[in-house]
Design a protein around this ligand. Structure first.
Ligand SMILES: [Zn+2]
Length: 507
């Protein structure tokens, strides 16, 4: 069988101050056919899982673009069109050499560009006519996806990861490969139903009540779905629920299709797909209040950290500064929380990753051990706060280090890092905007986070998988910033109303 695979993923924050162009992708991952890097491992979002699946199934694999960029503002129009058209050109060339049996597209599900509210829908609507109606098209998405009709109409199976933090992309990629492979062999006929849920929020899956809902959705998959009311004891291949995806939506994408939904794919049983999607959709909506993490103001968060540290001598509290999470489109240079720590005279504090290329340049020019009067952070805009004018010591400089994402085989460049110390606080500053998902973001820069009492991570939730096990406690702080959790202050112009929590919604 012949397989085509491409990846084009960007989570678009309509309110981000950081522009997005082709170079933004090149900073993270942008690999085109013929590039020697095409042979390197790419552990982002299941790319290698699809490649390995193709190889082990003995398929001929046609690879196209692999492109990921840090979340930020909508992509510049010409750059999105070029990225899209390169994939479409590769697809046409692939088809010209013989029919394609399977197409895999690894997308985000919340990508916007200038003039394009729904980049994934636009791409899929152009892919389908090129490959024809019989080709099996599988789409793997981040669960922070806003799933549109254009996406559903032109894909055979759409599958989102289940977990936030997204620790399960490889598992989901393998499932998607197997299912699309079965479709291509004519063993099943996928029918998908979507149940839209008018809500915009963020839901952490390691904790209840989301944990049970995610487990329940997963248990519904397969020939023996646990939902007795929907299986009617029939079972068997013809009644298989092939996949269930809880799409959380991405609340910072300001367009009409933003919001959560449940999509269910069955083997040729559209009624059952619709019924299960609706049932799980109601369950998802019912836990919206409890499922949304309680966020604390800066003062509340620092008070909570102090109380926790009092009862855990020697422990380290990890605090999420999610409002400044680069992984959701924030600049990662906000100073609100650092300022508050300095004002309280807190020592034994470490912070990462503060994006400030100018400060990195200056520290590299001064060298390790230098003492400087330095202005750091607060450069991108009002949502980054005021810059900090500090007397700092340059403790360590690094270049070429990598840090880990969720698993040990997922390593990403940190850029140049500078470990600065000021008044007992250590700040890891770097010049490649990203969130710290793993303690290695501190360690590689020369700071042992577990030797501190308070560790501040500019990450909303992806840090949780690898920080929480060693932390005395995790606190979520809702400081001002581009990803501030206060939905009521977000300047939406295009989302569809009514929608919870902005409006009182009944399903
Ligand atoms: Zn996500």
């Amino acid at each position: 069988m012949r397989v085509f695979c491409a990846a084009l993923a960007h989570e678009t924050n309509s309110f981000s101050p950081v522009p997005t162009n082709r170079a933004s992708f090149a900073q993270t991952v942008l690999i085109r056919p013929g590039d020697p890097k095409m042979g390197d491992p790419v552990r982002f979002m299941g790319v290698d899982t699809i490649r390995e699946g193709s190889r082990s199934a003995g398929c001929e694999l046609v690879m196209s673009t692999i492109a990921f960029a840090q979340p930020s503002a909508p992509t510049v129009r010409v750059d999105f069109e070029r990225l899209r058209d390169e994939i479409l050109d590769d697809l046409r060339a692939g088809v010209a050499e013989g029919a394609l049996d399977m197409v895999f597209l690894i997308l985000h599900g919340a990508m916007m560009a200038e003039g394009y509210d729904d980049c994934e829908g636009d791409l899929l609507a152009q892919v389908r006519p090129i490959v024809g109606p019989d080709c099996a098209i599988g789409v793997l998405l981040d669960l922070h996806c806003n799933i549109t009709d254009a996406m559903l109409d032109n894909a055979s199976i759409i599958m989102a990861c289940r977990e936030y933090p997204h620790v399960d992309f490889e598992e989901r990629g393998a499932e998607l490969f197997d299912q699309i492979h079965a479709v291509a062999r004519g063993e099943c006929k996928p029918t998908t139903a979507q149940f839209r849920i008018p809500m915009l929020s963020m839901f952490h899956t390691p904790r209840e009540p989301m944990r049970s809902l995610v487990d329940r959705a997963q248990a519904c998959e397969g020939a023996h779905g646990v939902d007795v009311s929907l299986t009617s004891g029939e079972g068997g291949v013809n009644n298989t629920v092939m996949q269930v995806s809880l799409a959380h939506g991405f609340p910072w994408s300001d367009f009409a299709g933003a919001g959560a939904s449940v999509i269910v794919t069955t083997n040729d049983d559209p009624e059952r797909a619709a019924a299960l999607a609706e049932q799980l959709g109601h369950e998802f909506f019912a836990l919206r209040e409890q499922g949304t993490e309680a966020m604390l103001t800066i003062d509340e968060a620092l008070d909570a950290a102090a109380a926790l540290l009092e009862v855990t001598p020697g422990g380290t509290v990890v605090m999420s500064d999610g409002s400044d999470n680069a992984g959701g489109g924030a600049a990662s240079d906000s100073t609100f929380l650092i300022r508050a720590c300095l004002d309280r005279g807190l020592t034994d504090v470490a912070v990462a990753l503060l994006w400030d290329p100018v400060a990195v340049d200056m520290a590299f020019a001064a060298g390790e051990g230098a003492f400087l009067d330095m202005r750091i952070g607060g450069k991108t805009g009002p949502l980054s706060g005021d810059p900090l004018d500090l007397k700092v010591k340059v403790l360590k400089l690094t270049e070429g280090k990598k840090h880990q994402l969720w698993s040990a085989n997922q390593l990403v460049h940190l850029g140049r890092t500078v470990l600065l110390e000021s008044d007992g606080m250590q700040v890891v500053v770097n010049d490649l905007r990203q969130q710290p998902m793993h303690p290695s973001a501190f360690l590689e820069a020369g700071c042992d986070p577990w030797s501190k009492r308070l560790v501040i991570v500019k990450s909303s939730q992806h840090f949780y998988a690898n920080f929480e096990p060693q932390a005395a406690g995790v606190i979520y702080c809702d400081a001002p910033g581009s990803m501030n959790g206060n939905v009521f202050e977000r300047p939406y112009q295009h989302i569809t109303r009514p929608i919870w929590p902005l409006d009182d919604v009944q399903l």
